[in-house]
Design a binder for this molecule. Structure first.
Ligand SMILES: [Ca+2]
Ligand SMILES: [Ca+2]
Ligand SMILES: [Ca+2]
Ligand SMILES: [Ca+2]
Length: 413
């Protein structure tokens, strides 16, 4: 015992000395690029490094090797002052990722005298620039959604967080409805809880959570449809009320997720209830463009007292004519005969809307059109001449200020 004690004390002393001097940098995460369907020609490669040792670091070299569609080695050195346990962001360089295909990123810190090299390198990250996918996208019915398997169930979709654009790809607070909620709504849905204090307890000031779609090419018949509902969280089933600045926005990007603009905003004035309501957005004005959609929910800047759950179901992006035909019935319009020769008759149930009537090919090319004038009495019909149109299948579209309805029609001789 007499001999062991000094030995132990000596060992502890050596360990304490070693720990006190430990220089240990670690590559914490690859901040950018994040997985998405397309990338730019000057994608920033950013990493977060961490001081895992016990002494302040003032020079941490970082290397990122890019392989796959591009072979490139990027290096940069962090030259700030990084205290123990602190993290820092570092721009390592830029890479051209505009070519479609797979890119691998191997990122590592290269600190001289690093006492622990096991935490220097990040596991190899692969980003697949798949480009625009074919329509229709698989419908997000969320029936097998666990809250964290979105990309597995619906390839190309991912969860993310960020203000204005999905800056951080991560498993966000979009979850799966529980059995009581599923029973109330009649189907399993995606759900997000927005309420006072919640985001604060989650360590972020505001909740800004996204579901982001893969890129797809819009056609003249492309529509986004989805269903939404809300409930009060505490009662579980009562209709809830959204906070003063809480919003759900459908966001759209035409530049590969670099910037987004809202195309629909749902707030407390929308009056969502505890029954799923169908929404339908016409995307025909983006014909020919590669677009990415974001389903974005935020409790925003004001920590409101309202405490509610937001439900999203059956997110569908399609160019299906059958879906549009149903919409035409909704619009209270009857088209006959079909097939038609010479003249097509349109009977409006209510009044003729202000807008245009268009005959298009199935690819969306407008063959001929006619201006519609409002205020005609109910039951008014109009005749549309098609005697100069070649036989075949066409889309007949009625575009008014508020909606577009389309109908597939066969023209014969
Ligand atoms: Ca290390
Ligand atoms: Ca569902
Ligand atoms: Ca989630
Ligand atoms: Ca709020």
């Amino acid at each position: 015992m007499k001999r062991i004690l000094p030995l132990l004390t000596g060992l502890l002393h050596i360990c304490a000395l070693g720990t006190a001097l430990a220089q240990d940098a670690s590559l914490f995460t690859l901040v950018n690029p994040v997985p998405k369907s397309c990338f730019g020609s000057t994608e920033e490669v950013r990493v977060t490094i961490r001081n895992a040792g016990t002494t302040t670091l003032t020079s941490v070299p970082v290397k990122v090797e890019v392989t796959g569609m591009v072979t490139q080695t990027l290096t940069a050195t962090y030259t700030g002052s990084l205290a123990p346990n602190q993290t820092a962001n570092l721009l390592v360089g830029q890479v051209n990722m505009s070519a479609l295909g797979a890119y691998q990123f191997a990122a590592a810190t290269q600190l001289a005298g690093d006492v622990r090299t096991a935490n220097d390198a990040l596991a190899l990250k692969t980003m697949n620039a798949a480009g625009a996918v074919a329509l229709p996208l698989p419908t997000l019915d969320f029936n097998a959604f666990t809250g964290s398997n979105l990309s597995t169930l619906y390839p190309g979709w991912y969860e993310a967080r960020g203000e204005n654009y999905p800056s951080e790809v991560k498993d966000a607070y979009w979850l799966s409805s529980n059995s009581a909620q599923t029973g109330l709504l009649g189907s399993t849905t995606a759900v997000i809880w927005l309420s006072k204090g919640r985001s604060l307890t989650q360590g972020t000031l505001n909740q800004r959570d996204w579901l982001v779609s893969p890129a797809f090419t819009a056609t003249p018949a492309t529509h986004l449809r989805f269903k939404m509902a809300i409930t009060n969280r505490l009662s579980g089933t009562d209709p809830g009320i959204m906070g003063s600045d809480d919003v759900f926005k459908v966001m759209l990007s035409t530049d590969c997720a670099a910037t987004f603009t809202p195309i629909l905003t749902i707030d407390r004035n929308t009056g969502l209830t505890n029954a799923l309501r169908q929404f339908d957005i016409d995307l025909s004005s983006y014909n020919g463009q590669n677009i990415i959609l974001g389903m974005y929910a935020t409790d925003n800047e004001i920590d409101d007292p309202e405490d509610f759950q937001f439900y999203l179901d059956d997110v569908e992006v399609s160019s299906s004519v059958s879906g549009l035909t149903e919409r035409l019935a909704d619009a209270g319009l009857r088209v006959y005969p079909n097939p038609a020769a010479g003249i097509v008759h349109l009977d409006f149930e209510k009044t003729v809307p202000t807008g245009t009537l268009e005959l298009c090919t199935l690819q969306g090319q407008v063959i001929k059109n006619q201006v519609l004038k409002a205020s005609s009495p109910a039951g008014t019909g109009l005749a549309f001449s098609i005697s100069d149109v070649a036989p075949g299948l066409y889309l007949l579209r009625v575009k008014s200020e508020k909606r577009t309805a389309a109908y597939k029609i066969a023209i014969r001789r």
